[in-house]
Design a protein around this ligand. Structure first.
Ligand code: PLP
Length: 842
């Protein structure tokens, strides 16, 4: 009998991790040692685990360089249409493993580090997440970069190099505590500063109107210093660029005027300018009208547009270098995609450059601007829509305000000619909102200044046309599109769940990694006993591994045979973590009432960050931890129910938790979650979903088959009907005894005995002003959870549904999403063709 395989040997057998050829491994070891010596300036006697991580990172990074230079050179020479994805957030997570996956280096590096006596997984744990995003919107931008490179698009991500990303969340005595995310402390091996391409960005000042045009004068200048990060495509030798701008004060900052003796103070004050790229605003789906945020939004746009226009002007035509002066071809060469309204200032800024600097007539410039720009809407929640106070604008960006007024004047003129006398329509559609405080409506600006406006799931795009942007849809129906979100199968399957990727590859080959629709072929295996066993076994292994992490971290005993029921996403009232809490309490009460019944054991995990200023969200976290304290320490319950708050949910934790999940909670009020992308990650990783007919859940259920999806609750129509009639929480509270019991327990201090009124604000909200109608879906949710529990008792039937979900998840590849953007908005052609590999370091 052969001895059982070690973890290391098991991983080596996984073909999706690439081949570990002998030469390859020898070269990697040589280069690893070279970097440890020359780059880290250490030897094996003094090197720390972090040094080894950096040595490995530099070794892997070397394999990107030739491909990166070559890709960029090919763009310069072939001059294809460029796509610019402009976003205030890029939630990238870690880079090392992703690079190894896309370059097929994973097994070779694992073998090389193993031969050096190191554990690669331990080294990977030393990498900081690049947490330059809040949640779905920022993670979408990161998935899109992977897909754009994998589909061979000449694309760039443009954003801000925040010195501090999303805060680290600690839980202390059950409360969220924020810590600064000092992710650059040990250096970032994946970025390259490009000080030679620094660009000035102007703020404040005033405008002068001359016969030959408008001048923006007396401005304050901040420099934008670019840092480039390589974005490798999946095994196609393409490496695109994500360029993030960092704010830098000019050398003469505050030293120009008459401040004799102010030299020291002037140098200290450089911080003020450099604060622009200091920190990510930690709000998800919420608008905070702070001046510094408006500065960030203009900073990224102004610097990026200078890059775009420089690249447009100089390029090669055949063998000749040409300097373009005719801007009418800009839309043929450039597509700018605005990730929400955050970079909306691209529209007035492009107009300013074309009209004030390049001296184009307004009409010509406007035509170019509209044809170049496209806008993605990410939410219909009113509190999330950007509406900037005019006075902030007037001070910070006086010329842009003038331009917006002119855009609006022409826009209103057009509406007036289409609808004479309809004053209310003018008011509704204006970019300027009147009132005690005048405001600029950035969504209206984006719709008018773009040739395409898209929502991020079918139901969301329909809601945009029917409600929030109805008037705009009536006027320009051709602009409105849908692009259902997606996720990259490289990170969210191959990288985070190699076991599952491998059992799939054994049945249908590896092509599904580039072409996720091929997962449909798995339908042929729903009744294949061996495949069912393999899928269930991978899930069990992932659960055991995660359980080790949980037991270490949370000091709770995990039952690995319990259902892992997981809700991870930002904490928000509309996402209804409170509905999950009510189910937990109900399940707890039922166990207590009938302790000898055969309950389906569950480990319920909830994780997510609350915006630091969002009181209710922070109280929701406190409630979850309070419920956990009671439930987890009740001997009657034992290991049939555990409640764990997953601390510091971020990309890296998602990669561990999702492959270990059985049940995915996607329970927002219908009509509130634009798409969701977490839902897709679970589906692809073999969890079943309990969810409302909201966002992309609708399309996921369609692809999986409704029989394989736990759908409950009100549909959008039901929510509308209830709004019309008026939602009354008491109706449900008085009618449903288990609901009443749960609420009375929260309100009476059952979960907070030392402070009985701790949750009074939450209870008050639920009973009197719950915008998201938690109680209205309670009954159906509980019933649906009973069906989930019943199915979990039949492991084979459960796994069959899991397989049908995986088989139906192909649509939710971001490759599909990006192909649709490419064809239907950008006018560029994706390709799976490979670029020739560079000779050195293949
Ligand atoms: C995917 C992802 C999200 C988005 O999750 P939703 O459930 O769609 O809100 C948020 N945070 C992280 C870290 C993610 O990876």
């Amino acid at each position: 009998m052969s001895k059982p395989l070690s973890d290391h040997d098991k991983k080596k057998q996984i073909s999706v991790r690439g081949l570990a050829g002998v030469e390859n491994v020898a070269d990697l070891k040589t280069n690893f040692n070279r970097h440890l010596h020359f780059t880290l300036v250490k030897d094996r006697n003094v090197a720390t685990r972090r040094d080894y991580y950096f040595a490995l990172a530099h070794t892997v990074r070397d394999h990107l360089v030739g491909r990166w230079i070559r890709t960029q050179q090919s763009y310069y020479e072939k001059d294809p249409k460029r796509v610019y994805y402009v976003s205030l957030e890029f939630y990238m997570g870690r880079t090392l493993q992703n690079t190894m996956v896309n370059l097929a280096l994973e097994n070779a590096c694992d073998e090389a580090t193993y031969q050096l006596g190191l554990d690669m997984e331990e080294l990977q744990e030393m990498e900081e997440d690049a947490g330059l995003g809040n949640g779905g919107l920022g993670r979408l931008a990161a998935c899109f970069l992977d897909s754009m490179a994998s589909l061979g698009l000449a694309a760039y991500g443009y954003g801000i190099r925040y010195e501090f990303g999303i805060f680290n969340q600690k839980i202390a005595n059950g409360w969220q505590v924020e810590e600064a995310d000092d992710w650059l402390r040990y250096g970032n091996p994946w970025e390259k500063a490009r000080p030679e391409y620094m660009r000035p960005v102007h703020f404040y000042g005033r405008t002068e109107h001359h016969p030959d045009g408008v001048k923006w004068v007396d401005t304050q200048v901040v420099l934008a210093l670019p840092y480039d990060t390589p974005v490798p495509g999946y095994r196609n030798n393409i490496v695109n660029t994500m360029r993030l701008w960092s704010a830098k004060a000019p050398c003469d900052f505050n030293l120009k005027d008459f401040n004799v003796g102010g030299y020291i103070q002037a140098v200290l004050d450089r911080n003020l300018a450099e604060n622009i790229s200091r920190v990510l605003y930690p709000n998800d789906n919420f608008f905070e009208g702070k001046e510094l945020r408006l500065k960030q939004e203009y900073f990224v746009v102004a610097a990026t547009l200078q890059d775009i226009i420089r690249r447009f002007k100089t390029s090669k035509f055949g063998s000749r270098e040409i300097v373009r002066t005719d801007f009418s071809t800009l839309p043929d060469k450039v597509a700018i995609q605005l990730n929400d309204t955050h970079p909306a200032l691209a529209i007035p800024e492009l107009m300013r450059v074309l009209v004030d600097e390049e001296k184009l007539p307004w009409e010509k410039a406007w035509d170019i601007c509209v044809k170049t720009c496209a806008y993605t809407n990410h939410t219909v929640l009113p509190e999330a829509l950007e509406r900037w106070p005019i006075d902030l604008f007037q001070t910070l960006l006086p010329r842009h305000l003038e331009i917006i007024y002119e855009i609006n004047r022409r826009h209103l003129e057009r509406i007036a000619s289409l609808h004479p006398g309809d004053v209310d329509r003018l008011r509704r559609m204006s970019m300027i909102e009147e009132g005690p405080q005048k405001k600029v409506n950035m969504a209206h600006l984006c719709i008018v200044g773009s040739h395409a406006v898209n929502g991020v799931a079918r139901i969301h795009s329909d809601i945009l046309k029917a409600t929030v942007f109805k008037d705009f849809y009536e006027m320009d129906p051709h602009k409105f599109q849908n692009k259902t979100n997606g996720i990259t199968p490289r990170r969210w399957l191959v990288m985070c769940n190699p076991g599952l990727a491998e059992v799939i590859a054994e049945r249908i080959g590896e092509d599904f990694i580039r072409d996720l629709d091929q997962l449909q072929k798995l339908r042929n295996f729903v009744n294949d006993e061996a495949f069912i066993r393999d899928v269930a076994k991978v899930k069990q292994e992932n659960k055991l591994k995660f359980a080790v992490h949980l037991e270490e971290h949370y000091k709770v005993k995990i039952n690995p045979n319990s259902m892992f029921d997981v809700q991870v996403k930002r904490i928000h009232e509309y996402k209804r973590q409170l509905l999950n809490c009510l189910h937990i309490i109900t399940f707890y009460n039922r166990i207590k009432k009938e302790p000898n019944k055969q309950w389906t054991p569950r480990t319920i995990m909830i994780g997510g960050k609350a915006a630091p200023g969002y009181h209710t969200a922070k109280m929701i976290i406190r409630l979850i931890t309070a419920i956990g304290e009671v439930v987890n320490n009740d001997p009657v319950v034992d290991d049939r129910l555990k409640v764990i708050f997953l601390e510091n949910y971020r990309v890296t934790l998602a990669e561990k938790a999702i492959p270990a999940s059985d049940l995915s909670e996607q329970i927002s009020t219908a009509g509130t979650e634009a798409s969701g992308t977490g839902n897709m990650k679970f589906m692809l990783n073999g969890a079943l979903t309990i969810g409302t007919m909201d966002g992309a859940n609708v399309e996921m259920a369609e692809e999986a088959g409704e029989d394989n999806f736990f759908i409950f609750g009100m549909r959008v129509e039901d929510v509308e009907a209830m709004d019309a009639k008026g939602y009354n929480a008491f109706e449900f509270y008085n009618r449903i005894p288990e609901l009443k019991q749960a609420i009375d327990q929260i309100a009476g201090g059952f979960f907070s005995p030392k402070q009985p009124d701790l949750f009074k604000d939450i209870v008050n909200m639920l009973m009197h002003h719950d915008r998201f109608k938690v109680f209205a879906d309670y009954e159906d949710y509980i019933k649906c959870q009973e069906k989930v529990s019943a199915l979990y008792k039949k492991p084979k039937e459960w796994t069959k549904k899991v397989i049908l979900n995986i088989a139906g998840s192909g649509k939710f590849s971001s490759d599909r999403t990006i192909s649709q953007y490419a064809h239907e908005i950008w006018g560029v052609e994706p390709t799976l063709e490979k670029l020739a590999a560079p000779d050195e370091l293949k």
